[in-house]
Unconditional design. Structure first.
Length: 366
């Protein structure tokens, strides 16, 4: 555009052009003054985010993680009467790696034998009781374990105050879901047996014998049935230490340890023999048994001087008809003969159905 024509251009056009050139010149400077993101600004932005949860305390609404290491030591105890019928199931938990476990004492009423079902599916024969605290309604029993077992070390820590949260850990054997019951301490009381705690919601009788943990995962209580009103309460876990302190290294578990009017009693071999035939004569027809081979006199016993021997043994069958435990009620007096009997009885099978047990007297003749 020539200067001559520029002079003829409208005045407002010239002003717009000047303003455009002015903006183009100032824009780089304006951008230079804009602050660029710096590490300081980035750190400041992150600091307003909510901090991560501290591992020192678990939220009251979630005990699932704390229950994992506890659950492996929780068991179901199944008690049978002298006719082999299942009397009752109850909870318990191992307190030593050799099979000692705590249970509610009332679950054993009317029973002469029991088995302990572990969380991993293993089943152990219960040889009897080692100690008891009748006032707290707790008993220390012994399972015949052949391997090292997971166990819990009950804490001397007091239960939370009223309003505090705890969780009752049940066995996953019978409860695939809801094996962790969150409870709130609703009352603290004292009776002749000492301190006990009530919780909300109320606990069912099937939870008797189960351990109770606090928000740190420590075993602080044991669920028991209160004498008289047949309702559940929580006793301090320190009671377990009292039971363990009563056990000496040479003590043998026995059902006669329970000294109440409803204590289990083991039938004598002679009494059992009058009601049950010998293995070789057991009639399979019309009975639950479908396979019952008679034990053979062991060659090892013959080599050491053959001698007759009589004993009685209890077989526990599961719902599938498998012999899951064999207990020596009365020894033959010869370990080789006892082992031969136990080995043979483990091969016995019964018709599928309910769990049951059978007392079998065996007489070995060389």
């Amino acid at each position: 555009m020539s200067l001559r024509r520029m002079r003829r251009a409208p005045l407002y056009f010239i002003l717009i052009l000047c303003a455009f050139v002015s903006c183009e010149r100032k824009n780089p400077a304006a951008r230079a003054r804009e602050p660029s993101p710096s590490p300081l600004h980035s750190t400041s932005a992150q600091s307003i985010a909510p901090p991560s949860a501290q591992p020192s305390q678990t939220p009251a609404s979630d005990f699932s993680e704390l229950a994992q290491p506890v659950r492996s030591a929780v068991i179901i105890i199944s008690v049978f009467d002298e006719t082999g019928h299942l009397v009752k199931n109850g909870h318990g938990f191992f307190v030593s790696d050799d099979g000692k476990f705590i249970a509610d004492r009332s679950v054993l009423a009317g029973g002469v034998n029991a088995v302990a079902k572990a969380a991993d599916g293993a089943i152990y024969n219960v040889s009897g009781a080692l100690a008891q605290t009748p006032a707290q309604n707790l008993v220390l029993l012994k399972a015949d374990a052949t391997r090292t077992l997971p166990f819990l070390a009950p804490s001397a820590t007091a239960l939370p105050d009223i309003g505090g949260d705890v969780a009752v850990i049940l066995s996953p054997v019978e409860r695939a879901n809801s094996a962790v019951l969150q409870e709130k301490i609703s009352g603290r009381f004292s009776d002749d047996a000492g301190e006990w705690f009530d919780v909300t919601p109320a606990l069912s009788k099937t939870s008797a014998g189960a351990p109770v943990i606090d928000q740190r995962g420590e075993v602080v209580g044991i669920v028991t049935l209160r004498a008289g009103n047949n309702s559940c309460a929580i006793r301090p876990a320190a009671t377990a230490g009292i039971l363990l302190a009563q056990v000496s290294s040479n003590m043998t578990a026995t059902w006669q340890t329970l000294t109440t009017s409803s204590r289990p009693t083991t039938p004598t071999a002679s009494a059992t023999a009058t009601r049950s035939p010998t293995p070789a004569k057991i009639p399979l027809r019309g009975s639950k048994l479908i396979y019952a081979p008679a034990p053979r006199y062991p060659a090892e016993a013959r080599q050491r001087g053959a001698a007759p021997g009589s004993g009685s043994f209890r077989i526990v069958f599961d719902a599938n008809g498998h012999a899951v435990a064999v207990q020596t009620l009365h020894s033959t007096g010869n370990p080789a003969l006892d082992q031969a009997a136990v080995s043979a009885l483990h091969d016995w099978r019964s018709a599928p159905g309910r769990e049951w047990s059978l007392v079998v007297p065996i007489t070995f003749k060389p």
